[in-house]
Ligand binder design. Sequence first.
Ligand SMILES: C=CCO[C@@H]1O[C@H](CO)[C@@H](O[C@@H]2O[C@H](CO)[C@H](O)[C@H](OCc3cn(Cc4cccc(/C=C\CN=C(N)N)c4)nn3)[C@H]2O)[C@H](O)[C@H]1NC(C)=O
Length: 133
Amino acid sequence: EKLVVSHMKFNAGECIRVNGTVMPEAKSFALNIGRNSSDLILHFNPRFDSHGDTRTIVLNSMACGDWGEEFRPSFFPFQQGQETTVSISFDKKEVKVKLPGGQELSFPNRRGLEAAGFFSVYGDFWIKSIEFD
Ligand SMILES: C=CCO[C@@H]1O[C@H](CO)[C@@H](O[C@@H]2O[C@H](CO)[C@H](O)[C@H](OCc3cn(Cc4cccc(/C=C\CN=C(N)N)c4)nn3)[C@H]2O)[C@H](O)[C@H]1NC(C)=O
């Protein structure tokens, strides 16, 4: 486990901004937001070389411990060893991820969650700061 925040009150419309550096030999890292570790509105998983994927972001949700259907955007704005900032916000309908280079991803809020109490960061990423606003 890297970092887990629970008992958080992260409401729709608010934003979590994670700044840090991707490790030089990174294979993969993940940011997760949800009610708890088995109930996620977003699993954001950039894979440099993992599970057979190279330079692919995998997005998914989890309901009662079961993964939903994956979504793989076509772009991959991350570099090993590079500092990066990922901002996540959501509303009842969708989760929005702002990426470096100004690209934005949206992913359906399949759980219709209106407040998230759980946030975790895993894998090959050195966290520098996490801001909630
Ligand atoms: C083709 C065969 C069947 O299809 C595959 O089936 C796999 C299993 O379901 C899916 O994989 C799963 O996908 C899920 C999203 O949907 C999660 O990502 C899950 O991981 C959960 C997970 C997170 N975590 C913590 C973590 C996250 C990132 C890095 C590290 C640690 C260090 C890595 N750094 C190293 N070693 N240097 C640890 N652990 N497990 C992953 O196993 C594949 O996507 C899928 N592939 C495709 C193309 O469909």
